[in-house]
Design a protein around this ligand. Structure first.
Ligand SMILES: C[S@@+](CC[C@H](N)C(=O)[O-])C[C@H]1O[C@@H](n2cnc3c(N)ncnc32)[C@H](O)[C@@H]1O
Length: 169
């Protein structure tokens, strides 16, 4: 919604399983945004169902770690980007190795959230069950496997919880 408001000449689409679409549509309508649509879509087969070169920008905000098939989704995102396109990923700041997260200020809480929600969402779909704390090393490996070659990781000063990956083909 924030991007649709700021860039009225651009078009935006949001995908989610059933539920998120209704809330999104009603909020977009309330805000009078006609350049923003929402579609119910199971992204588990996005590696083959994504339209090639459909988007100049793709974003996921905590959108990878509870997917059923995160690797297929990432491959589809790469496929759906134009040659100059950018994929912005916000996901939880963690290591992929438990012992390196012992000093993580939010580690215990985030592992608990992972077990009780995020892993469960994925496993309930027969998925990989990555979980909230899949971590930076695994994220980089999956992004590279999906075909991203220029990946920059940022942390924002005000945000101890997240990593921001700016990915280009
Ligand atoms: C942690 S939420 C993040 C939602 C939103 N980006 C936000 O920041 O509030 C993860 C989202 O992934 C969606 N999701 C999980 N599995 C999915 C699938 N197979 N296909 C599409 N979306 C899926 C969930 O429905 C949920 O809305």
């Amino acid at each position: 919604m924030a991007m649709a408001e700021r860039f009225p000449a651009s078009r935006f689409v949001g995908y989610d399983l059933r539920g998120g679409d209704r809330l999104g549509r009603s909020r977009a309508a309330e805000a009078g945004l006609s350049n923003l649509t929402f579609e119910v879509r199971d992204l588990s087969d996005f590696d083959v169902s994504a339209t090639p070169e459909a988007f100049e920008l793709v974003t996921t905000f905590d959108g990878i770690h509870d997917q059923a098939q995160p690797r297929r989704l990432l491959k589809g995102i790469r496929r759906s980007l134009t040659a100059e396109g950018i994929y912005l990923v916000q996901d939880i700041h963690a290591s992929s190795h438990h012992h390196l997260d012992r000093e993580h200020p939010l580690g215990a809480m985030l592992y608990a959230v992972s077990l009780s929600h995020c892993m469960t969402v994925s496993l309930a779909q027969g998925g990989e069950g990555l979980g909230t704390m899949w971590g930076r090393e695994r994220a980089l490996a999956y992004l590279e496997e999906a075909g991203f070659r220029d990946i920059r990781v940022h942390q924002l000063e005000h945000d101890i919880q997240n990593d921001y990956f700016v990915c280009r083909p």
